[in-house]
Design a protein around this ligand. Structure first.
Ligand SMILES: [Ca+2]
Length: 383
């Protein structure tokens, strides 16, 4: 008699991002959590830096990680949905949006150029790409061939623009959730009231929260500040298995790829120290959105009705959650139906699963496993 082990089907996801040092780690996970996550597309948006930079950064990262050429890269919006004025530059990521990363392929590298210009050297193609992606997963009778999760690690502009232009496709059943890094509850934020991704385009989040078919899964600052990349993890990133004591210098990197990621983390760590006095290590905010897909049990949370302030006041971008279960309890992602039946009003339906706590050590193990896999693949696939 043979024993067959059930193999989970990897969950298809599209990463909409604004790289960004922590977006870079989200992309690494999306590419190398292969047993549980299948990356089907990437799009870029204005956010951590202007679009011209975030799109180039995404191209460089796809080349650095040796992403399969079958994954399309599309350019999205250069400005928020309703605000013509761009947000101030975010120096936490440097002027390029991805400063300080050694061995990152240059913008002139042929592979980087190929990604960059895959769908034209300029012009937004993301919304039409989402349309094609959804249509290709619908049967003629409207049934769904494949479910896709939208992972949004910058302002939600691109996906909201898609929902506004093609509302039936957004709610067709193909997209099962929009996992968003953003928002904060009673912790220091970008403005006195709002977290950066939401403050940049609150109208976009407000649009997504209207959907009764596609709930949001939120990774707010309260969660992501638990995702600290500490020195012990940094040691293992540089030199797996190395024994090290606090106060000793960091070991030499075992490969150029590890050095690349190490410099990425060092720049981000230093920016957090100089700009926020945040000394524990950089929080890997965006990566948690991908972790939710691959390892949901590592980030338990609760169902809520989420609202976002879109008034023309200083509270613009503020997020507020009304939870269905008491604090300290855990709802499953699958529990939504339970709350749907009891709260159908416009301002009360369960439109958001808020992730609240993180198993940090398990997350760091998952991250280091992805680094191992990527390092091996890159070693045998030079640019
Ligand atoms: Ca980001």
């Amino acid at each position: 008699m043979s024993i067959t082990k059930s193999i989970p089907t990897p969950k298809a996801c599209w990463l909409d991002c604004d790289p960004g040092h922590d977006d870079a780690i989200a992309l690494l996970l999306a590419l190398y959590l292969k047993e549980t996550v299948k990356l089907i597309g990437v799009s870029t948006v204005n956010g951590n830096a202007p679009l011209v930079h975030t799109h180039t950064n995404a191209s460089k990262l796809l080349a650095l990680y040796r992403a399969p050429k079958s994954i399309p890269l599309h350019r999205g919006f250069a400005h928020p949905i309703k605000k013509a004025d761009l947000p101030p530059p975010v120096s936490i990521h440097g002027t390029s949006g991805l400063d300080g990363v050694k061995h990152l392929p240059s913008a002139d590298d042929p592979t980087v150029r190929e990604w960059h210009d895959l769908h034209g050297a300029s012009g937004a193609t993301a919304v039409e790409a989402f349309k094609e992606m959804v249509e290709s997963r619908l049967n003629e009778d409207g049934s769904v061939k494949e479910i896709v999760t939208m992972v949004i690690t910058g302002p939600s502009t691109n996906v909201a623009a898609f929902k506004l232009k093609y509302p039936e496709l957004y709610d067709s059943g193909v997209i099962d959730r929009a996992v968003i890094m953003g928002g904060a509850f009673d912790v220091p934020q970008w403005t006195p009231f709002a977290e950066f991704n939401i403050a940049t385009d609150p109208d976009a989040l407000a649009e997504l929260l209207k959907s009764r078919k596609v709930p949001v899964v939120l990774a707010p600052l309260n969660l992501t500040h638990q995702a600290i990349f500490d020195e012990e993890t940094h040691v293992q990133l540089l030199s797996p298995g190395c024994t090290w004591k606090q106060g000793q210098p960091l070991p030499e990197p075992k490969s150029a790829f590890r050095e690349s990621l190490s410099t990425m983390m060092t720049f981000f760590r230093d920016a957090y120290i100089t700009q926020f006095g945040f000394t524990m290590g950089p929080p890997l905010h965006d990566a948690l959105c991908v972790l939710h897909l691959g390892e949901p049990d590592l980030l338990p949370g609760r169902w809520a009705h989420l609202s976002v302030d879109i008034s023309d006041t200083e509270r613009n971008g503020e997020t507020k959650a009304t939870f269905f279960s008491p604090e300290g309890t855990v709802d499953k992602w699958e529990d939504r139906e339970k709350f749907l039946s009891t709260a159908q009003e416009e301002n009360a339906f369960p439109n958001c699963y808020v992730m609240e706590t993180l198993d940090r050590e398990a997350f760091m193990r998952v991250l280091l496993e992805c680094v191992d896999r990527a390092e091996k693949f890159i070693a045998s696939n030079p640019l």
